[in-house]
Design a protein around this ligand. Structure first.
Ligand code: KG4
Ligand code: ZN
Length: 345
């Protein structure tokens, strides 16, 4: 990246059930405000239409608060960025249109950002920056990706999930156990009181060595419940043991592929990202593996693991500094365009 004058960057994120507005001065976060739509819990998952409406209501007040917190006016903003996809189309439309409107009316440059790229490079929000080439594991509600990043614009996909994403598996198992949505934090809390060696849940063995599969694991949990708790009355200690054993199996499956990649590829750092990266068991176990390779283990603080606009602003800034420019005619996209990661340049 070229290092010309400092830039105030506005980031906007609205891909799912978090509305977030951030302001960065280059890579330094001045404000990162997140409004979570907790009411989706009532429905057991995100309701797209309700999500769009909630984004619409909160986005302007969030922008005002972020500007106030940073001591800036809109005219001080040099670059406007927003998530363009992947995500819920109606939700994306709110943030993207709002950001494009600001860029148009204030005549500021605009950069659309891929949400997953935001997660991939979120480690750069920390004081200790990742070093290229880096291995990155992105584990969120919608994605499970193992990636090799040569630099800011050359990112190669090594593996992905063939069925459920890691976060999705947490959410589905959580539902089976009666915990509700989002599942990760609740399973983690229950697992911390359980014994992870009581039940042996299986890890998938796939032909494509870096790929992941979690639907078999999810089905095994269901079969276990059907067999041992047919009336669905599960004691707290049994719930805790199921949570702990499930969390261990899922963590082990992720670590298996990371170890394989670390042994096969020469990398100078490892970065963990995405909502599931908030899981302490995963963070600790992965750190132990990466430490053995004597390379830095980078994981963002929790507020930058789950969906946030700071990572969007940062990624927009990296692209802008790398020479990327965009018109205002970009539209939101629900899923990652084919081969998007196999060379971004
Ligand atoms: O990245 P994210 O905030 O949104 C997406 O882009 O998907 O990830 C949300 C996912 C949810 O599936 C949630 O259950 C999971 O991250 N998650 C966790 C934890 N906190 C959030 N999974 C495991 N342990 C956690 N502590
Ligand atoms: Zn995300």
């Amino acid at each position: 990246m070229n290092s010309s004058r400092s830039l105030n960057i506005l980031g906007i994120e609205s891909s799912c059930d978090e509305t977030s507005v951030a302001i960065l001065l280059n890579e330094n976060v001045k404000a990162n405000l997140i409004s979570s739509q907790h009411f989706h819990k009532l429905y057991g998952g995100v309701v797209p239409e309700l999500s769009s409406r909630a984004h619409l209501q909160i986005i302007k007040p969030l922008l005002d608060s972020a500007l106030k917190l940073s001591g800036l006016k809109m005219r001080d903003i040099d670059l406007i960025t927003a998530t363009a996809g992947p995500g819920l189309i109606g939700a994306l439309l709110v943030g993207l249109t709002f950001a494009k409107g600001l860029a148009f009316s204030l005549n500021k440059p605009f950069i659309p950002v891929n949400h997953i790229e935001g997660h991939i490079f979120s480690g750069f929000l920390m004081d200790q920056k990742p070093e290229f080439p880096m291995l990155v594991l992105v584990v969120s509600g919608g994605h499970t990706l193992l990636l090799y990043a040569e630099d800011y614009t050359k990112i190669y996909k090594l593996g992905t999930t063939v069925d459920d994403a890691a976060g999705e598996a947490f959410d589905k198992v959580s539902k089976m156990l009666g915990f509700g949505y989002p599942g990760g934090p609740q399973i983690e809390a229950s697992a911390s009181k359980g014994n992870d060696s009581v039940i042996k849940f299986p890890i998938a063995d796939l032909k494509e060595k870096y790929n992941f599969s979690f639907s078999g694991l999810k089905t095994s949990v269901l079969r276990h419940i059907q067999k041992f708790h047919p009336d669905r009355k599960i004691s707290e200690s049994d719930l805790n043991n199921i949570s702990a054993s499930f969390q261990k199996a899922l963590t082990d499956a992720l670590i298996k592929n990371v170890m394989l990649a670390l042994n096969n590829l020469k990398v100078n750092s490892f970065s963990l990202a995405g909502g599931v990266a908030a899981n302490k068991r995963l963070r600790n176990d992965l750190k132990a593996v990466v430490d053995k390779m004597k390379i830095p283990f980078i994981v963002p603080s929790i507020e930058y693991c789950t969906d946030n606009a700071a990572m969007i602003a940062l990624r927009g800034f990296q692209l802008y500094q790398s020479g990327f420019r965009s018109s205002l005619s970009v539209n939101p996209y629900p899923s990652i365009p084919e081969n998007h990661f196999l060379r971004l340049t």
